[in-house]
Design a protein around this ligand. Structure first.
Ligand SMILES: O=C([O-])C(=O)C[C@H](O)[C@@H](O)C(=O)[O-]
Ligand SMILES: [Mg+2]
Length: 424
């Protein structure tokens, strides 16, 4: 006789953690990154945790859905997804965050559902005494490789103290940043966030990385800042240098033009960001690799549906990241471990976070040789530190930021700045 495990309460806590002045195609990261921590309690005792965006409208949607999920069985994920969809209704709005393309109604449901699904899987694992990777089909690797995520950056936010990373505005400084990342974390792949400087300068930085790290796979992500013509030209120049070129140009049609002309595969986390986009991208031959991200693909099980689609249609699969804390990292590691065709090193913004700022207790998620060992304890394997959660929530209240706005922040520093897509 099986017993239901009912949700008795859900708490959503927005938090803020310090973030360096990282430059991208639409501006610069603000001094704090925002996240929301979702805690789910049950009548059986075990609790679960999820992590997601904390933009204001997203928080409002999380609150709406939290009420609708009280009383649900944590093993009834199909019912929880249906309830999420029903609670949000037809007019879900545009739940966008960061540089991840146009969001459809289905995409908004997937974003809001994700942290609840992860928290329920955490609880399921604790009840069954099994790690979350086992609930996803079982780990096929003991550790998950990540890529160094290199950013052009200022030495400091205007008016703030410099951070420990220093300035990175030219190829030599990008190589130095990569060296620090590789020395500290052991990363075995390098990704440069581009779309910041004219494309030839960014191609020079990639060539400098190739010289300094002859054996590491390299990726460049201009976040749709280039025209198809520019992308074709730079793509041809970087033949044999890049493992993949990520979102060089906006939209499926533009990506298809570039894909037909450049020698390396194109990857995306901008023109295929939900199940609605897959068919058009496949028919157009626009991408060779999709970057999954459980935060907007609807949690861990739905990310595995994406992996099945990629497997079926011969597409590669990698993993995208935004600024995140330890709950997200744990979920990413379990998912990647249980996804056989996720063969590229995953993205993570982890090194950009101050080590002293997290909501999970330290020790479990350590990087060794660029990889994180898959937790083998029940659930996600991470434990919330409620004092740290309270501190980062206070920081959220005090910092005054309520939405991610890289462009608005850049304009507050340079009023003439415009986020052009494409720019070059
Ligand atoms: O791969 C990507 O496109 C990203 O990671 C998007 C993010 O918004 C990144 O550009 C950032 O944090 O500035
Ligand atoms: Mg990208």
């Amino acid at each position: 006789m099986s017993h239901t495990v009912r949700i008795t309460g859900i708490t959503v806590t927005p938090v803020a953690f310090r973030d360096p002045a990282l430059l991208n195609a639409v501006g610069v990261h603000e001094p704090y990154a925002l996240r929301a921590i979702v805690e789910v309690t049950t009548d059986a005792g075990p609790t679960g945790v999820g992590e997601t965006y904390a933009d204001e409208e997203h928080l409002a949607r999380l609150a709406t859905v939290s009420h609708a999920l009280i009383g649900q069985d944590v093993f009834a994920l199909n019912a929880i997804l249906a309830r999420t969809r029903a609670a949000l209704g037809g007019s879900t709005g545009d739940d966008s965050h960061g540089l991840t393309g146009k969001i459809t109604t289905g995409g908004t449901v997937d974003r809001v559902y994700s942290p609840f699904e992860v928290a329920c899987l955490d609880i399921q694992g604790k009840i069954l005494g099994r790690p979350v990777s086992d609930l996803l089909g079982g780990a096929v690797r003991d550790e998950v490789p990540f890529s160094a995520y290199l950013f052009y950056k200022w030495a400091a936010h205007p008016g703030h103290q410099p951070d420990s990373w220093g300035e990175a505005l030219c190829p030599e400084q990008i190589v130095a940043q990569a060296r620090t990342m590789v020395d500290r974390y052991g990363f075995t792949a390098l990704k440069l966030k581009g779309g910041v400087f004219p494309p030839d300068q960014e191609a020079d930085a990639i060539r400098a990385l190739r010289t300094a790290f002859p054996h590491l796979p390299l990726r460049l992500d201009p976040n749709a800042a280039w025209t198809p013509e520019t992308a074709v030209r730079i793509g041809a120049e970087l033949d044999g240098v890049l493992e993949y070129l990520e979102d060089p140009t906006p939209g499926i049609a533009g990506m298809a033009v570039v894909a037909g002309e450049v020698p390396m595969p194109l990857a995306t986390n901008m023109c295929v960001v939900g199940f609605d986009d897959v068919e058009d991208a496949l028919r157009a031959g626009a991408v060779g690799i999709i970057l999954s991200d459980h935060h907007y693909w609807g949690g861990l099980h739905r990310s595995k549906i994406l992996s099945g689609i990629c497997d079926t249609f011969g597409l590669g699969l990698s993993m995208h990241s935004n600024s995140h804390l330890g709950v997200s990292l744990a979920a990413m590691v379990h998912l990647a471990a249980a996804t056989p065709n996720l063969t590229y090193a995953c993205d993570t913004h982890w090194p950009w976070k101050d080590e002293s700022e997290d909501v999970v207790r330290p020790g479990v998620l350590a990087f060794r040789n660029g990889s994180v060992a898959v937790p083998s304890t029940p659930g996600l394997g991470v434990e919330l530190d409620h004092d740290a959660l309270a501190r980062l929530h206070e920081q959220y209240l005090a910092c005054g930021l309520r939405n991610r706005d890289d462009t608005g922040y850049m304009r507050s520093i340079d009023p003439a700045y415009q986020a052009l897509k494409p720019r070059w």
